[in-house]
Design a protein around this ligand. Sequence first.
Ligand SMILES: Nc1ncnc2c1ncn2[C@@H]1O[C@H](COP(=O)(O)OP(=O)(O)O)[C@@H](O)[C@H]1O
Ligand SMILES: [Mg+2]
Length: 254
Amino acid sequence: MLLELRNVTKTYWSGVMRNKAFHAVKDVNLEIGEREIFGIIGESGSGKTTTCKIIMGLLKPTSGAVLYQGEDITKLGKAKWHELRKSIQMIFQHPQMTFNPRSTVYSACAEPIRIYKLAKDADEEREMVLGILDRVGVSRDQLEKYPHEISGGQAQRLSIARTLLLKPSLLICDEPTSMLDISVQAQILSLLKEIHGKENLTLLYISHNLDVVAAICDRIAVMKDGEIVEMGNTDEVFSSPKHDYTKRLLSARI
Ligand SMILES: Nc1ncnc2c1ncn2[C@@H]1O[C@H](COP(=O)(O)OP(=O)(O)O)[C@@H](O)[C@H]1O
Ligand SMILES: [Mg+2]
């Protein structure tokens, strides 16, 4: 198993006495195998992003364990995470927000190469940047532009390029296409599928859009109010949903 979540809970406390508990994620268990494309669906506020952030080490769970290749990664320190970060990468709903507004497309792409010292000199760095941008379909006339000057689709391609440079084993995609036009959405999905076909990569794909999940995922989990209410092969869940909430989600499709 590549990734396992065991009884993962994230509780936030509110109220004057900090005594009102709210479970953003509640007792989540799941297992994702190597090379799988696993989807999590659920409406806004159901705990999807919180789950991703816990897996990424950006948030500590209140309780439970996250096993990556058998090791509990919730207890790792900064230095270990720096190394692990190459292996577990994430792309976000608003790619532009993850770029430094003063960095060009070129330097945004070169950033992971510099952080992880992947190139021996400037020439090799340039070669790597141009190669990976070609691969994901960012054209060369975008290189000197700033994040706000490129389209949402190009920005998402750029964020995919940056993750690929690190050759991750697990790529978490948190609603990466939900802000894009339908046609661009389809292009990004097919790019991710194409990359998954060629690389040794496992995808955790988060969406509130059932059609997107149906198009790309082998297995899915349905989240509601922080809990997984149903899990199974995508075809099975779509053709014979067990939980009322899943049935409602499916019948609300247009
Ligand atoms: N730092 C926080 N403090 C309190 N509540 C939070 C915090 N972060 C998220 N939440 C709440 O947790 C729930 C799940 O949020 P989130 O994981 O972002 O959902 P999703 O990604 O499915 O839309 C939401 O109700 C949200 O308001
Ligand atoms: Mg979210």
